[in-house]
Design a protein around this ligand. Structure first.
Ligand code: HEM
Length: 303
């Protein structure tokens, strides 16, 4: 698990490096995340195949089936409409891990940083939670629908800090857009980061103001690719397939951090907001260093 985690964290950082460089020391392939991921996945798949074989021998069924079981079922089924091999399975998991972990973690960090630097927003979110949930239990997924201010905080974070700042496309046919001739097969880069900060679309765009998503029909404005000035998960058929999972994870984890702790920051009480250019994502340049002080006493434990 630890091995897998450090590996996944390395992928975005290394994605911007020249993978063919001859000067890499140690030899690049030893550090190459694709190579290491391949080895790790091979081990996991082998272990799982062994478990499945043993289970079959004794005529049992695995109690806890996960995504790997589903994909191995397809791989082993000669009559399956969809043909999969092990390379496809490994590529699938690599895609999910790389696209799903770094982006979610980065967005959570930006959300916490904005809350620390905007204590009035943090206090308003706390008040909402105290009214809706109280102090005797921890927020659950089913509460999120009743926490509009929290939802607005997540949207506002994704507007100013889209984890994936650029979308990539190629035009399938020629077109004229806003007077510009775009030939077929043109590589297009969509700057989601700049669109989220464009004063033509957002009033005081650099201000962290979740209220902009509340009232006057603004709560209808969402992040799922239908409103083109807010597309942190992209749009269309290549839009992020993990959007629902990411939003669920973001809302409930952020809610728990707001509900359960005060966040004490030393120095002037604010955190630095510099961004780091690290490849395909935009993480923070500096880690957030703060002390969580429990605010619920006694601390309610999850069932
Ligand atoms: C806050 C969290 C996340 C953000 C901001 C985010 C953002 C994005 C963006 C901008 C794209 C490109 C979309 C496009 O080109 O239109 C993308 C693609 C993708 N995302 Fe996410 N994502 C997040 C979480 C996740 C999670 C949790 C998963 C899976 C568990 C995931 C899986 C993927 C995959 C597999 C793709 C590639 C889709 C393709 O090219 O067909 N993402 N994501």
């Amino acid at each position: 698990m630890k091995k897998g985690r450090s590996l996944i964290l390395k992928v975005p950082e290394l994605s911007s490096r020249d993978t063919d460089s001859k000067n890499d020391s140690p030899p690049f392939f030893l550090e190459n995340p694709t190579f290491r991921f391949d080895t790790l996945m091979d081990t996991i798949i082998k272990e799982r195949e062994e478990q499945r074989r043993k289970n079959k021998e004794i005529g049992g069924t695995r109690q806890l089936r996960d995504m790997l079981d589903v994909l191995l079922d397809i791989l082993e089924d000669e009559n399956s409409e969809m043909k999969l091999d092990k390379e496809n399975i490994k590529a699938f998991f690599l895609n999910i891990f790389v696209a799903g972990t770094d982006t979610s973690a980065i967005t959570m960090e930006w959300a916490m940083a904005e809350l620390i630097n905007n204590p009035h927003v943090l206090e308003k979110a706390r008040q909402e939670m105290d009214v809706v949930i109280g102090k005797s239990r921890i927020v659950e997924e089913s509460d999120i629908v009743n926490l509009p201010y929290l939802q607005a905080i997540v949207k506002e974070t994704l507007r100013i800090h889209p984890a994936g700042p650029l979308l990539f496309r190629a035009s399938s046919k020629s077109a004229v857009i806003c007077g510009y001739d775009i030939p077929a097969k043109t590589r297009l880069f969509i700057n989601v980061w700049a669109i989220g900060r464009d004063p033509n679309h957002w009033e005081n765009p650099l201000e962290f103001k979740p209220e902009r998503f509340i009232g006057n029909g603004q709560s209808q404005l969402d992040v799922r690719g239908q409103h083109y000035h807010l597309i942190p998960f992209g749009s269309g058929t290549r839009g992020c397939p993990g959007t629902s999972l990411a939003l669920q994870v973001m809302h409930v984890n952020l809610a728990a951090m707001i509900q359960c702790f005060q966040w004490k920051v030393y120095g002037n009480g604010t955190v630095d907001m510099k961004e780091k250019s690290a490849g395909i994502t935009v993480p923070r340049a500096h880690p957030i260093i703060c002390v969580p002080v429990p605010r619920l006493n006694p601390f309610p434990l999850c069932d």
